[in-house]
Design a protein around this ligand. Structure first.
Ligand code: SF4
Length: 236
């Protein structure tokens, strides 16, 4: 059996150059050629090809050459707008976390000011109690605040996706959905999805900050520990 690839540990990273065949022995360009060839065939679908082409152009347009060197041009909010316009998307879905309601409101206003039709849905839409998915009293957020027996709505990313499917949006944008909730949204949404905000409650929704701090104040992130599988039936 072929080895698993591990690009993140590669010391050559020649794949972005004309010397792409000179990677390490476990380079996917060498050992996953058949998989790559099959994947690349997907771009023969004209719709996919156009999506990929516009995404590449979006990437290209973000750089500008200045006397001081290469500079970046656009914040992500602007990029989402530019890409949606490139693709001719008019009706956008915004799936947001209740904790980022203000961010969703601002983003919606920006989109509407640029001429988009926006359908936005909060994660708690439907008001379904957490008990519906088997969450116990001591696993509710209110429990942490010493308020046992408080009614608490579950986040329902599947409802968010289905509401936006029902509204026939052209494109979805996620605003701060939790880890795992976002996964379900990706799984159930029919239109393509991009992420505006990846939730990080500690680092102001900038998850990369934890990585940058993992050699400094957040060294505990890089510690080694034995892998323990957590099962759904455990106390967790
Ligand atoms: S594709 Fe090959 S060269 Fe590129 S990062 Fe992965 S292992 Fe390295």
């Amino acid at each position: 059996m072929e080895a698993d690839v591990n690009c993140a540990r590669c010391k050559k990273t020649v794949c972005g150059t004309g010397h792409y065949m000179e990677g390490p022995d476990d380079c996917p360009t060498k050992i996953k050629a058949r998989v790559i060839e099959k994947a690349v065939k997907e771009y023969e679908n004209p719709e996919i090809k156009e999506f990929a082409r516009q995404a590449s152009i979006q990437e290209f347009e973000n750089y500008m050459s200045m006397p001081e060197g290469l500079m970046s041009r656009n914040p992500r909010v602007e990029e989402v707008i530019q890409f949606a316009k490139k693709m001719g998307y008019r009706k956008l879905g915004v799936a947001f976390c209740i904790g980022l309601k203000e961010e969703a409101r601002l983003f919606t206003e920006i989109l509407e000011n640029r001429g988009f039709q926006v359908v936005s849905v909060c994660c708690k839409a439907g008001g379904i109690p957490k008990e519906r998915i088997g969450v116990r009293e001591d696993q509710k957020i209110a429990y942490t605040f010493n308020r046992p027996d408080q009614w608490e709505a579950m986040c329902s990313p599947i409802s968010q996706a289905e509401i936006l499917n029902d509204s026939k949006v052209d494109f979805n944008v996620l605003v701060g959905l939790c880890v795992g909730h976002d996964s379900l949204f990706f799984k159930y949404a029919k239109a393509p999805v991009t992420v505006l905000i990846a939730k990080d409650r500690v680092f102001g929704h900038n998850p990369a900050a934890a990585l940058y701090q993992s050699r400094a104040y957040y060294r505990r992130l890089i510690r080694k520990e034995p892998f323990e599988k957590k099962t759904p039936t455990s106390s967790q």
